[in-house]
Design a protein. Structure first.
Length: 257
């Protein structure tokens, strides 16, 4: 399974998954149809699957047009998003499995950003390979999504599930927010040498207008404040030793940043 990143809008990413041996493709969170159609034509592949993580327009905006071009495409999304995702046919629950190109993906129910958000984790096919996590707007490189429909407790529980995945998991998050997220992280975890080094690397990458996605989950565990609520530095910044309160206060600080 090859993953192609398609930058769209101001800071969104669409992810095109392809099996060129079979000339088939799946797409994760198609904000727009046109870039997907163009890349499919270039590759000579047909779209068979749409994997949506949640209902926001910058994640499902291309669904209807893609369905017009590929009427047999299967559209997946969370069960709780029923009626909110255009063309949805498959309503996924926590722990269900999906498949593409010989890879099996596990569905995680990760409410917080929205009440119905899901993520897809495609585990490695052989030991030592990386897994692939498509997490929409739940986990970002250096950050996490805003809480539009969920609670801090829900989001912490959701992020706990993702944090438990292997360190070599590639994190395919849906926005290029990394530099700003790390700038905020330094205000509350500035003595973290891993964070300092990561910020310098990302600053250089963005100065060349290059992408910072995917991230590695092990890097997130060492540098992302929204996965580090038990750490003394973060608890001190939040003036709390209780996990949900620490997380909630850090998220509120980020909202004002």
């Amino acid at each position: 399974m090859q993953v192609t990143l398609l930058p769209v809008l101001s800071d969104n990413y669409i992810f095109l998954l392809t099996d060129l041996s079979q000339k088939i493709a799946a797409v994760v969170d198609p904000a727009l149809a046109e870039p997907v159609l163009r890349k499919l034509q270039e590759m000579g592949a047909s779209l068979v699957t749409i994997f949506n993580t949640h209902h926001h327009s910058d994640h499902v905006g291309g669904n209807e047009e893609l369905i017009k071009h590929f009427p047999n495409v299967r559209v997946y999304g969370g069960a709780e998003d029923k009626g909110r995702i255009p063309g949805q046919q498959v309503f996924l629950e926590e722990g269900e499995l999906v498949e593409f190109a010989g890879r099996v993906g596990e569905v995680f129910f990760v409410p917080g950003h929205t009440r119905a958000h899901i993520a897809y984790y495609f585990s490695p096919t052989t030991p030592g390979e990386t897994g692939d996590l498509f997490c929409g707007d739940t986990l970002f490189a250096g950050g996490c999504g805003r809480l539009f429909e969920g609670t801090p407790a829900q989001m912490l529980n959701s992020l706990s599930k993702l944090r438990a995945l292997p360190d070599n998991t590639r994190v395919w998050c849906a926005h290029e927010y990394t530099l700003g997220n790390l700038q905020f992280a330094l205000t509350i975890d500035g003595n973290n040498p891993d964070l300092q080094a990561r910020f310098a690397d990302v600053k250089a990458v963005r100065s060349r207008s290059e992408v910072t996605i995917p991230s590695l989950l092990g890097v997130e565990k060492r540098t992302n404040p929204f996965l580090r609520w038990e750490q003394p530095a973060l608890q001190s910044a939040a003036n709390s030793q209780e996990s949900v309160q620490t997380f909630a206060r850090i998220r509120a600080m980020k909202d004002r940043f």
